[in-house]
Design a protein around this ligand. Structure first.
Ligand code: PMP
Length: 428
């Protein structure tokens, strides 16, 4: 038998499967399971009739470029629309800074490949997005996590970790942030901290990678709109590389997203993309462009905000009813996720199996903790519940199933102290 392990590169050997994708595989095997695992948008929000109409006209054959290779930077009319979106977000840009990517996931991968040498350090929030952890690990970065408060990353702790790394002779390349309704915590970074982080990045000569897929999905109208202002909008020193995506506002299947970066970096990112996929799908980019041109994209936003706000309310009400006093969580002001603390004795990773037996699945907190630099693993008793995809009645049913699984688990762990006794509250 051929030993394929011997053929693998060090990076190829070390690549780790996405824990969320693994959950997806689990789901495929069990019928009727309710999934709070992947952060999928709700399919009933996709504008199917409009998409059908646009797709039909695009494939009619009248434009020979629709199914052709396109420029690596992206379909120019779409890039111009993206520049308009950046303007609306308070961050005017130019076309030479922009690059369409095949999902923001590709943006993370390209930035990692262009900026990181093996052993370089990327600083991340603790916890942080698993897809970013994978992209950075694939290029053999070390990840250093920094704790977050209710209004985002702790800036003093960030500087202390940074100074320790520098004193150890490490090279810190950038800080990765999801400032708006973070995946997995749902946290919103305060404006004050946004300003402090920009000043910090200049002082310490690091870059900031700002990943912003959820900013349009805020639930409190004008009250939050001002608070989702990108760091990129106030970046006077050219420190910020900005990623955003049409995945959550239109549909993730098109895989259309973008990077906005200082020109010397966007030039390198373009070259990196040439070898990754040459260009993002020409058809997909035209679909997104036409949806935006017809005004469908901007008209959808109030509907989406209402849709996800209602689902957040359904899930947090169900949690309060079923698990109040036993679990704790902060109610997010936007996005897709609830980040829930189980009683200290419960290992969320071990609980998954029992939850699946009861017909519900989530992502255990461990997956979002990336530390290689001493703080050690975290999130043992945390779970991420996505309220975005399931319909309201399934959300209620899923939380009820989860509550049964959690009570059973607590009973199994401490037969002498039944689950009826609530654990002391813990910060979410
Ligand atoms: N960044 C974050 C924080 C995300 O949550 C996601 C999707 N789950 C992505 C990037 C990737 O999004 P996409 O590739 O669909 O644009």
């Amino acid at each position: 038998m051929t030993d394929y392990q011997g053929f693998l590169s060090t990076a190829g050997r070390d690549m780790r499967e996405s824990p969320i994708r693994r959950m997806g595989a689990l789901l495929g095997k069990q019928r009727g399971i309710i999934s709070f695992a992947p952060g999928y948008p709700a399919p009933e929000t996709f504008p199917s009739a409009d998409l059908q109409d646009i797709a039909q006209s695009l494939v009619s054959g009248s434009d020979p470029y629709v199914l052709q290779y396109g420029p690596t930077r992206g379909f120019r009319p779409l890039l111009e629309q993206i520049a308009g979106i950046m303007d609306e977000r308070g961050a005017p840009t130019s076309l030479d800074r922009l690059l369409v990517t095949t999902g923001s996931q590709q943006g993370l991968d390209l930035v990692a490949r262009v900026l990181i040498d093996p052993g370089d350090v990327v600083m991340v929030e603790r916890p942080t997005y698993t897809g970013a952890i994978m992209a950075f690990r694939n290029v053999r970065a070390s990840l250093a996590g920094v704790e977050q408060g209710p209004d985002g990353v702790d800036v003093a702790a960030l500087d202390a970790v940074h100074q320790r790394l520098v004193a150890d002779g490490r090279r810190v390349r950038f800080l990765y942030l999801v400032p708006n309704f973070q995946n997995p915590t749902g946290l919103l970074l305060s404006l004050e901290k946004r300003r402090a982080l920009l000043a910090w990045a200049s002082r310490r000569n690091v870059l900031i990678l700002e990943d912003d897929p959820y900013r349009e999905l805020y639930f409190e109208g004008a009250a939050t709109e001002a608070e989702v202002r990108p760091l990129r909008a106030d970046d006077e020193d050219g420190r910020v590389i900005y990623l955003s995506s049409f995945s959550k506002t239109l549909a993730p299947g098109y895989r259309v997203a973008w990077i906005d970066a200082p020109v010397p970096l966007s030039d390198r990112l373009e070259v990196a993309k040439q070898s990754a996929d040459m260009c993002s799908g020409s058809f997909d980019q035209r679909m997104v462009h036409e949806v935006a041109r017809r005004g469908i994209l901007s008209r959808r936003l109030p509907m989406l905000r209402g849709h996800y706000r209602d689902k957040r309310d359904v899930m947090s009400d169900a949690l309060r009813q079923e698990l109040g006093g036993l679990c704790t969580w902060a109610v997010p002001r936007g996005g897709f996720f609830l980040w829930v603390a189980l009683p200290e004795i419960v290992d969320a990773d071990r609980l998954v199996e029992r939850a699946v037996r009861h017909g519900v699945v989530y992502v255990a907190g461990d997956a979002f903790y990336a530390d290689d630099d001493g703080v050690g693993p975290g999130g043992r008793n945390m779970m991420r519940l996505a309220f975005s995809a399931a319909p309201p009645d399934r959300i209620r049913e899923g939380v009820a199933r989860l509550a049964v699984a959690i009570r059973e688990e607590i009973e199994a762990l401490s037969p002498a102290a039944p689950a009826a006794r609530p654990a002391p509250p813990r910060p979410a």
